[in-house]
Ligand binder design. Structure first.
Ligand code: FO1
Length: 308
């Protein structure tokens, strides 16, 4: 069994490739939930949903989130009632949030709810939230502290970031089955997701980083950075705010205690020696995943590395 740690959009591309190159029953996904938030009284888990829709074949590959072909009639109605409507919840997507919220109010854990949704969508892979306790990524900006979704979607990652932190992380623990999956894995993949706001919170759940470190499985990562910017999203801005070098090397250094191998783009060949000096094998290849063929090819290369 292979275990992938991921956020939403960037990681979902690789997850799609892996799900085609593996028997999906052999794939366990541990997903960031520190982007989760409550809107209109509904529990929203953007990264879990992106991964779920991707694996169910429902995902919108162009936007990188939501359901392909969804409509926004309910949101327009909410706008008419005077609500803010900066977070674009589609009509079909809304049903997921209603179901999740109902089950959580009945006392089910996020793991149990995710399992229910997975089953209803007939997804053969295992999807687990990083934790069943609520953790919230906060972005401290020059205008005060805001949630990650406010920073990312409402303010389109424009405010100047002073620092990022994960509220209530100390009260969280890995969700059911997560530590066991890491211990039993044949290989562990750190997807090309934002290292500060996607992979960062997963590894910061108490006990998680040690579970990855102690697993006998090879651990391989893929850079979300090419040159000095993220393939998508604000990873470069958040890395700089946290004092990380903004480069593929900077990401490798952040994970160096865990990694056996790190995949970087051929454009970043100059970092290969520096990464290898960290004790991590650096593999240069094309890491852009703009087509289904590219997602599958990168997934194949990662699997071959881990099976060596
Ligand atoms: N991302 C956006 O940039 N704009 C949106 O309006 C938006 C809506 C949205 C609705 C449901 C959902 O599951 C995700 C959504 N996302 C949206 C994506 C998401 O918030 C981010 O990509 C992740 O949180 C970053 O990993």
């Amino acid at each position: 069994m292979f275990v992938a740690l991921t956020g939403g959009t960037g990681g979902a591309k690789l997850i799609q490739g892996l799900s085609h190159e593996l028997d999906p029953e052999e794939l366990t996904i541990i997903c960031n939930t520190a982007d989760d938030f409550v809107l209109y009284g509904l529990n929203i888990s953007p990264d879990l949903d992106t991964i779920m829709y991707t694996l169910a074949g429902l995902g919108d590959d162009v936007k990188g989130w939501g359901i392909r072909g969804d409509t926004f009639t309910a949101l327009e109605q909410l706008r008419q009632y005077g609500y803010e409507a900066w977070f674009k919840i589609g009509d079909r997507d809304l049903a997921t949030h209603i179901e999740r919220t109902k089950l959580m109010r009945e006392g089910f854990t996020l793991s149990q709810v995710t399992e229910e949704l997975r089953r209803a969508l007939a997804i053969p892979a295992t999807i687990r939230p990083m934790s069943d306790q609520a953790v919230e990524t906060k972005v401290a900006t020059s205008e005060g502290e805001i949630s990650f979704q406010e920073y990312f979607v409402k303010h389109r990652w424009q405010p100047e970031v002073k620092r990022v932190f994960y509220a209530r992380i100390e009260n969280s623990k890995p969700a059911t089955g997560v530590v066991e999956a890491l211990g039993d894995a044949e290989g562990i993949i750190l997807c090309p997701s934002n290292p500060i706001t996607s992979i960062g919170p997963i590894l910061a759940v108490p006990g998680m980083r040690d579970a990855v470190k102690q697993s006998p499985a090879p651990v391989v990562g893929v850079s979300p950075i090419i040159g000095e910017s993220a393939i998508s999203g604000p990873a470069h801005k958040l890395m700089a705010a946290q004092g990380w070098e903004v480069s593929a090397y900077g990401v490798a250094r952040g994970y160096a205690d865990l990694l056996d191998g790190f995949f970087i783009d051929t454009e970043d060949e100059k970092h290969q020696g520096r990464i290898e000096a960290l004790g991590v094998k650096a593999v240069t290849t094309s890491i852009r995943m703009d087509s289904s063929a590219e997602k599958r090819r990168l997934a194949r290369e990662l699997l071959a590395f881990m099976r060596k």
